[in-house]
Write a protein that binds this ligand. Structure first.
Ligand code: AMP
Ligand code: ZN
Length: 114
């Protein structure tokens, strides 16, 4: 049994506010937004974290960044600017072990992040 929260969102077992999808990737609103725009872009297949995306997933990586581009255009943060964040492991505070690309925008973002 797959207990992964984001796999359940992909399967439609848990609701999410989708903003973009194709055969390989899904983008949906973060349930606890840290900025006016906070979207998660995920592969539909399960990958635990960024360390398991290798060369053979090159086409998937292209799809992920195409989704980022589409989402930022659709939500009008492509001109004002945005940040893409991937947390991996304990020090980065990864809570969901299905790789996800945070897309944050709609306000001035601080640097460095906390
Ligand atoms: P991370 O700390 O990088 O693993 O981020 C996990 C993110 O998933 C957090 O920003 C959460 O707010 C978000 N999240 C958790 N559950 C859900 C959900 N059911 N729908 C949308 N986003 C979620
Ligand atoms: Zn998963």
């Amino acid at each position: 049994m797959n207990d992964c929260l984001f796999c359940k969102i992909v399967q439609g077992d848990i609701p999410a506010e989708k903003v973009f999808e194709n055969d390989n990737v899904l983008a949906f609103k973060d349930i606890n937004p840290q900025a006016p725009v906070h979207i998660l872009v995920i592969p539909k297949n399960h990958y635990a974290d960024i360390s398991v995306l290798y060369n053979e997933e090159a086409a998937l990586i292209v799809d992920i960044f195409e989704a980022v581009k589409k989402v930022t255009e659709k939500l009008y943060i492509d001109d004002s600017g945005f940040r893409v964040v991937v947390n991996k492991g304990t020090d980065a505070g990864q809570l969901v072990n299905h790789i996800h690309f945070h897309v944050l925008g709609g306000r001035k973002l601080e640097w460095p992040p906390g």
